[in-house]
Design a protein around this ligand. Structure first.
Ligand code: CP
Ligand code: NVA
Length: 326
């Protein structure tokens, strides 16, 4: 693993992490380049220390409420284990079982939970629920996926890319598939980290125009290029090919129609070859629908880093939790 620090030379007397102080993580568009790089550096440090047997206690006695309106394997387990490994604990709350599912408002839920816990992580349908929690909670709120974005995923993904390539600035990530929540967070993250992001998708499935506009604007600071294309030849030169399911949670009814529309965007060996580079990484946030957006051959290839991404959810979220809640 590379030990280089993204924030090297820019750290301060506190050890480099006081500039990470912020209340909530709703979207990476709100996070500065410095904060984002700091999270990745801290994630790598915590990962290394943990593997060396160091016991962490930065969140001793702290509790995180974890609201889930949707299914989850990685987010649920990695947040719960992250809290435990930091000396605190995570409390799983199913959206249906909470009074929220029976009409209690987001505002009241946020204020009540703030009286019990030290932080709230939520996976929701409407992004406005994340913003509502952040507005009314007096404790930090972390977006664990909304229909709009999935910031924790992108932090873990850029950590993974950095670990494998030894740098981020100037790399090109081609996201092939649906211009969805994961694509949005990768666009904002790339803009802040100097990674060019090319979204390659069928017509009508582009990322939200506001995300393309805002991430392109924010990318001016790092010089990254954020582009959207309908042609798969746009993957040429990519250092990484990223994909996600064609039908996200909540879009199950559109699945069959989408499978037809997205056929030409499947990541298979032929498409991987189109980058013209032998060391192009394959990335996927998981869960994968093998045989749809990616073939087994690519998902299980030597260039695939999908399980490193899954592992890094744990480390990246620990960094986020420490900087928001410690
Ligand atoms: N990538 C991700 O968020 O996975 P889960 O849906 O399993 O949490
Ligand atoms: N875009 C997918 C990501 C799952 C982690 C979804 O929202 O279902």
């Amino acid at each position: 693993m590379k030990t280089k620090e993204l924030t090297k030379g820019t750290t301060c007397a506190c050890g480099g992490h006081h500039h990470l102080k912020r209340k909530d993580l709703c979207s990476l568009s709100d996070v500065s380049t410095q904060e984002l790089k700091g999270w990745i550096d801290l994630a790598i440090k915590l990962k290394k220390e943990r593997k060396a047997g160091k016991v962490h206690n930065q969140l001793a006695g702290k509790n995180l409420a974890m609201i889930f309106q949707k299914s989850s394997t990685r987010t649920r387990v990695s947040f719960e284990i992250a809290m435990r490994q930091l000396g605190g604990s995570g409390l799983y709350l199913s959206g249906n079982e909470l009074q929220l599912g029976r009409g209690e408002t987001i505002a009241d839920t946020a204020q009540v939970l703030s009286r019990y816990v030290d932080g709230i992580m939520a996976r929701v349908y409407a992004h406005s629920d994340i913003l509502g929690l952040a507005k009314y909670a007096t404790v930090p709120v972390i977006n664990g996926l909304s229909d709009f974005s999935h910031p924790c995923q992108a932090v873990a993904d850029y950590q993974t890319l950095f670990e494998h390539k030894g740098k981020l600035e100037g790399l090109t990530l081609a996201y092939v598939g649906d211009g969805n929540n994961v694509a949005h967070s990768l666009m904002f993250g790339g803009a802040k980290l100097g990674v060019n992001v090319v979204i390659v998708c069928p017509k009508g499935y582009e990322p939200k125009q506001e995300v393309t506009d805002l991430s392109s604007e924010q990318a001016k600071e790092t010089g990254a290029k954020i582009t959207v294309s309908n042609g798969i030849e746009a993957v040429k030169g990519a250092d990484c090919i990223y994909t996600d399911v064609w039908a996200s949670m909540g879009q199950e009814k559109e699945h069959d129609e989408r499978v037809k529309i997205f056929q030409d965007y499947q990541i298979n060996s032929k498409l991987m070859g189109m980058t013209g580079k032998k060391d192009t990484l394959f990335m996927h946030c998981l869960p994968a629908h093998r045989g749809e957006e990616v073939t087994n051959e690519v998902a299980d290839s030597a260039n695939s880093v999908i399980f490193d991404e899954a592992e890094n959810r744990l480390h990246a979220q620990k960094a986020i939790l420490v900087s928001l809640m410690a």
